[in-house]
Structures are given as structure tokens and as C-alpha cells.
Design a binder for this molecule. Structure first.
Ligand SMILES: NC(=O)c1ccc[n+]([C@@H]2O[C@H](COP(=O)([O-])OP(=O)(O)OC[C@H]3O[C@@H](n4cnc5c(N)ncnc54)[C@H](O)[C@@H]3O)[C@@H](O)[C@H]2O)c1
Ligand SMILES: O=C(O)C(=O)C[C@]1(C(=O)O)C=C[C@@H](O)C=C1
Length: 306
């Protein structure tokens, strides 16, 4: 594959940045990759694993970069951007990978110098791990990356960024920031909160011991514990910055939960069966549309036994 950007700078050197670095190396997408993280320990690890050219300041890392990607927690975007703004090259593309888009746009936009093209993005790919050692080149393969171009964005720069994400293995879609935040509140943010809560409930239940929880964790609960091991700083920032959409979805979630709770109390098997039949159809629709790229049965035409 051909070089898309001569120099790419990564600010923040965790899971997403290191996966970007390995993905760029795999595809030969950048002439040079530089990076910076706030903690000296993280910078040392990034140097040790030869992830990129690690600089001792964010300004040094972004100097002359054609593409700068902010890979820090959403709550850190504002201060990082204020720091690097004077060092950005006119004509450069500035992007980010934050899980929330409206808040990142509000935090970053006021600092963007004239002539720099700010094009936010969000790869819908991740794991419960964090830090530079956790990244891998395949993370973005067959996953979606949502690009959120501001009104009046330079189409050539948007297309260039889209081709960069495609070359990393992703499918690319464009979306408005508010719609992105609502969709992600449904598909990612609220499910994480439910997983955190469920693991908290299990932990709080005095009549079931911790060792029983570990020993008898069935697949569903194991997935909850994996999700609930996700980075606390990242997820704190997600909920603080996607407050309205998350609260809306949580409100709807609790309404549905109460309806199911009532059906269980009343012994209303028909309600439960109808509900579960409907949700099963949704899952099968996802499989049939070929959208469940992470599932072990991806590529099969049926969703299993009926
Ligand atoms: N983990 C996921 O599943 C996932 C998926 C998609 C997008 N994202 C988004 O990507 C971004 C990074 O997440 P991650 O999973 O790579 O996190 P991570 O914790 O692995 O890495 C974050 C990095 O940012 C650095 N950092 C924090 N504050 C900083 C500051 N003020 N200045 C400079 N560096 C700073 C940390 O040292 C670390 O290197 C977040 O905005 C997150 O919302 C995460
Ligand atoms: O697979 C996981 O561990 C993830 O949580 C990844 C996940 C998601 O919810 O799908 C988490 C946050 C993101 O912003 C994007 C992807």
C-alpha cells in the first residue's frame, strides 16, 4: 500500500494509538510516525516496543506533521489541543479518536488555527485493555470508523482521512456529531454502564462468594466482567461528556426493565416470550446482514438452533 501521510503524529500512546502505529506500519501508510504521552513511563514503554519516534513534548511531536491524531481520553482533549495548537502546520489534518463527538468538537474547535483541517473520527473498535503494550495492527480490521466532518469541511481532506481508515482495514461512514452520540449511547455507552453495574451487583451480593462468581461465571457474565474491566478514566469521561444521550437511553432502559420485572412478578410468560422472540429476531437480522464481524460464527448463514 502507498504512503497516505508523510508524517503522522499520535498524541496519547495507549491502546488506540499503538494499534494505529502498528496498523500504519503494516500497511506502509506513513513515512514517519511520531508520538507523545504525558507520562514518562508510557513514553519509555512506547520507545522500548519501538512503536514510533517518541518525543519529549507534544509540540515537538506535531511539528511538520501532515496528520495529527488526538488519542487521549475525551476529558483531556481541551488541554492537549491548547498546548499543540501553535505548533500545527498550516494545511495539516487534525483528527481524534474520542468515543464522544459533540464534546470533543466543543473542546477542540476553539483552538484550531486557521488553515488546519479539523476532521473528528471514531473507530468502533477496542478492547478492555489500555496502554501502549495493548495495541495490535488488526484492531480496526472489518470494523467501522465514523467520520464526523464539520460543516464546510474540505472534501479532499475528508476523503484522504477516509482512505487512511480504509487502508487500516476499516469500513467508513459519515455522521453528524449529535446523531453519533445518540447511536453510541445505545450501542456502546449504556451497555458499558450496565456491565459495570451488573459486576457491582454480583460483588455486593453477600450470599454469593467472590470465588463462586469466578468459578460459575457463564459466558454472558464473563463478557460483562470483561467490559467492566475497561479503563476507568476513559469511561468516566464518556459518561460525563455524553450525559444527555446516555441519560435518555438509561431512562428507556429502566422503563423496559420495569416492564419485564412486572411480567416476572405476575407470571406473564406470554409477555416474556414475545419480548425475547423480538430481541432474537434483531440479533438474527444483524447476523444475516453480515454485520457481526466479531462473532465466532461470522460468515454463517444461520444464527443457530431454533
Ligand atoms: N479503548 C477503547 O475501546 C476505545 C475505542 C475507540 C475509541 N476510544 C477512544 O480513544 C481515546 C484513547 O483511548 P485508549 O483506549 O487508547 O486509552 P489508553 O488509556 O490506552 O491511552 C490513553 C493515552 O493518553 C495519554 N494521556 C492521558 N492524558 C493525557 C494528556 N493530558 N496529555 C497527553 N497524553 C495523555 C495516556 O498517557 C495514554 O497514553 C479515548 O478518547 C477513547 O474514548 C477508545
Ligand atoms: O470491545 C470492547 O471492548 C469495546 O468496548 C469497544 C468499544 C465498544 O463499545 O464497542 C468501546 C468504546 C468505543 O468508543 C468503541 C468500541
Amino acid at each position: 500500500m502507498a504512503v497516505i501521510y508523510e508524517k503522522v503524529a499520535l498524541i496519547g500512546l495507549g491502546l488506540i494509538a499503538s494499534s494505529l502505529a502498528w496498523g500504519m506500519k503494516r500497511g506502509g501508510l506513513a513515512g514517519e510516525i511520531t508520538g507523545y504521552a504525558r507520562s514518562a513511563e508510557t513514553r519509555d514503554i512506547a520507545r522500548e516496543i519501538d512503536m514510533c519516534t517518541v518525543c519529549d513534548s507534544a509540540c515537538e511531536a506535531v511539528q511538520d506533521a501532515d496528520l495529527v491524531i488526538l488519542c487521549v481520553p475525551v476529558g483531556a482533549m481541551d488541554s492537549v489541543m491548547a498546548e499543540i495548537a501553535p505548533s500545527l502546520r498550516p494545511g495539516a489534518t487534525l483528527s481524534d479518536v474520542g468515543s464522544v463527538k459533540r464534546a470533543v468538537i466543543s473542546a477542540v474547535s476553539p483552538h484550531v488555527p486557521d488553515g488546519v483541517h479539523f476532521i473528528p473520527a471514531h473507530p468502533l473498535a477496542g478492547t478492555e485493555h489500555s496502554g501502549p503494550r495493548s495495541g495490535f495492527a488488526e484492531l480496526f480490521d472489518n470494523r467501522w470508523c465514523i467520520i464526523v466532518p464539520p460543516e464546510g469541511a474540505d472534501r479532499q481532506k475528508v476523503e484522504e482521512l477516509a482512505s487512511f481508515w480504509r487502508a487500516l482495514g476499516s469500513n467508513v461512514d459519515e455522521m453528524d456529531a449529535d446523531h453519533h452520540d445518540l447511536v453510541l449511547a445505545v450501542t456502546s455507552h449504556t451497555p458499558h454502564l450496565i456491565a459495570y453495574t451488573m459486576v457491582g451487583v454480583a460483588d455486593d451480593l453477600g450470599r454469593v462468594t467472590d470465588s463462586e462468581i469466578i468459578k460459575y461465571s457463564a459466558a454472558g457474565f464473563r463478557d460483562f466482567t470483561r467490559i467492566a474491566a475497561s479503563d476507568p478514566t476513559m469511561w468516566r469521561d464518556v459518561f460525563l461528556t455524553n450525559k444527555d444521550a446516555t441519560l435518555e437511553i438509561l431512562g428507556r432502559f429502566t422503563e423496559e426493565l420495569f416492564a419485564l420485572q412486572r411480567a416476572i412478578r405476575r407470571g406473564d410468560g406470554e409477555h416474556l416470550h414475545d419480548y425475547f422472540t423480538h430481541t432474537r429476531a434483531i440479533r438474527r437480522g444483524i447476523i444475516e446482514a453480515g454485520q457481526d464481524t466479531a462473532a465466532p460464527n461470522f460468515g454463517r448463514t444461520t444464527g443457530g438452533k431454533t
